[in-house]
Ligand binder design. Structure first.
Ligand code: NOJ
Length: 557
């Protein structure tokens, strides 16, 4: 067994704009995080991943960085951040920052110089490419819609590449000088004492440039850029170099946003791999089609979901270590995605928590997930802040959907669903801010769903998550939950998800009913102990009857 502290960690993801405001400007900040460390400690969290807090014009929620070395004033100062590291360490919480190095902001000084001066050495830090007679080099669609090429002002026929918004120009990783600058920056933050990084869009850093018009795949005449910039041949040698020059030196904890093909996975997450673990998208993106169009539903079923989870667990266990998550700042709330609206209740919320927290891998809980926060119902497109939401809406209209239909589809998937302010209590602005306004609307259900109310209720979703965390971190079952072998049961009732975890003589069985009807499963007679259940009064029998959305964990001793 290859023990590593981060395999035993429970990570909590913070979207800083929405976590806790401390200065009444309606935007969360570093001091707000400091003020909530005790809450995280009480929950049992051992690591926090904080989404970007660097200086940024916030075109894409901070994933557009203008200065890698400074905390943006809306979040506080570098001194505040140093204090956060110290105070978090005191309560036993380590910190992961977000590493965004596929692109910078167009307001980064490198890009500003590159744009203003065709002879600047910084031109080579980005992808400035000549077009054909004033037309872009090709018809790639950026991930956020529209052409991935932006004309350079006052220069005929020159374009720069942006895989995301035009305010996020892509860095040129072929340039050694650029790479050196990035390694210096990574080591600067690691030297400060952070534990590591969540790594953004990293499979995009290697580009396979092509010229000319490609076969379009959408009504906009453009084609999905991912086929040429995601996971291209040669990306591995870049990742190896990053690892050797930075993470390896510091023995860091790294989790990459990287949908790696299974046959390459061992290079990424195996012993000596580029990263500690990667986020898999297979079951969190189950509701969208493969080019990521929110308005073209995938028609997924829970049976698909079960198989995707099983496959991911089996492969990850064979190759290395995995990261578990149901939510993040790019996803809608998991209860709203996976559970029909009329069935969203404490049983179904706890069922999802059980399903995910008992799997093999390091769990990442997204802020508010532990409260069972849900999607928000916005009244109009104007209420949405998120750049991707507006783009998807425009593209949905282009396909011929009515405004109402497009709005409905987009509302389900908008990234703002998970970015609404954290619901701390039932005071105004949900205890998130004492200001009069918040940067994004507070979900009106905060009077019902909030941390304070749930703290006082033994049967709340929050207290259930606490138990799930305790089981993994301090209980007698912690070894089997962290290190135990994952064994799926593919023969069980297909309206259920049943799997075992096995460690030496200890066996745990997790049984999940993902329907609103009773389901029966047969279990091994050795499972005699109830470790956890989302219902009161559980009777174990060889034939186990699971009530609607019932989930339970049983042990053989
Ligand atoms: C993935 C991040 O999670 C997302 O929020 C961001 O928009 C893109 N990468 C671009 O950085």
């Amino acid at each position: 067994m290859n023990n590593k502290w981060w395999k035993e960690a429970v990570v909590y993801q913070i979207y800083p704009k929405s976590f806790q405001d401390s200065n009444e400007d309606g935007i969360g900040d570093v001091r707000g995080i400091i003020n909530r460390l005790q809450y995280l400690k009480d929950l049992g969290i051992t690591v926090i991943w904080i989404c970007p807090m660097y200086k940024s014009p916030m075109d894409d929620g901070g994933y557009d960085i203008a200065d890698y070395y400074s905390i943006d004033p809306i979040f506080g100062s570098n001194e505040d951040f140093d204090e956060l590291i110290r105070k978090a360490e005191k309560v036993g919480i380590r910190i992961l920052l977000d590493l965004v190095v596929n692109h910078t902001s167009d307001e980064h000084e490198w890009f500003e110089e590159a744009l203003n001066d065709p002879d600047s050495e910084y031109r080579k830090y980005y992808h400035f490419v000549k077009g054909s007679n004033g037309r872009p080099p090709n018809n790639w669609r950026s991930y956020f819609g529209g052409s991935a090429w932006e004309p350079v002002p006052h220069e005929k026929n020159t374009f720069y590449l942006h895989a995301f918004s035009k305010k996020q120009p892509d860095l040129n990783w072929e340039n050694e000088e650029l790479r050196e600058e990035i390694y210096k920056m990574i080591n600067y933050w690691l030297d400060k004492g952070i534990a590591g990084f969540r790594i953004d869009a990293i499979l995009n850093i290697k580009k396979s440039m092509v010229r000319g018009r490609l076969e379009p795949d959408g009504e906009d005449g453009l084609v999905y850029i991912g086929h040429w910039i995601m996971n291209q041949p040669g990306v591995q040698s870049l990742l190896k170099e990053i690892n050797e020059r930075t993470f390896k030196v510091h023995d860091s904890f790294t989790v990459a946003e990287a949908a790696v093909p299974n046959d390459h996975l061992d290079q990424y997450i195996g012993p000596g791999g580029f990263f500690s673990m990667v986020f898999d998208f297979s079951y969190t993106d189950i509701d969208v089609n493969e080019t990521g169009d929110w308005f073209k539903p995938s028609g997924w079923t829970w049976t698909d979901m079960r198989e995707k989870i099983f496959i991911n667990q089996e492969i990850t266990q064979e190759k290395g270590w995995g990261a578990l998550y149901l939510e993040n700042h790019d996803q809608p709330r998991s209860v709203s995605k996976y559970i029909p609206k009329h069935d969203i209740n404490q049983y179904s919320k706890k069922m999802l928590g059980t399903l995910f927290m008992m799997l093999r891998g390091t769990p990442f809980i997204y802020q508010g997930q532990e409260l069972g926060m849900t999607n928000i119902e916005m009244d109009s497109m104007e209420e949405y802040e998120d750049i991707a939401t507006h783009d998807q809406y425009k593209r949905a209209l282009l396909t011929g959907l009515s405004k109402e239909a497009a709005f409905k589809m987009i509302s389900k998937r908008s990234r703002d669903n998970s970015r609404t302010p954290m619901q701390w209590d039932d005071s105004e602005q949900a205890g998130f801010s004492e200001g009069d306004n918040t940067w994004l609307k507070v979900n009106p259900n905060y009077t019902e769903i909030n941390a304070e109310k749930e703290r006082l209720d033994d049967r709340s979703v929050l207290n259930y998550y606490k138990k799930l965390i305790e089981l993994r971190t301090t209980s007698n079952y912690r070894e089997v939950i962290v290190y135990g072998k994952f064994v799926p049961d593919r023969t069980a009732n297909d309206q259920t998800i049943v799997y075992e975890r096995v460690w030496q003589d200890t066996k745990l069985l997790t049984a999940i009913n993902f329907t609103n009807e009773k389901q029966t499963i047969t279990i091994d007679e050795n499972y005699t102990q109830v470790v956890l259940s989302n219902y009161q009064g559980v009777l174990i029998n060889e034939k186990l009857c699971l009530r609607p959305y019932e989930s339970m964990v049983l042990a053989n001793r």
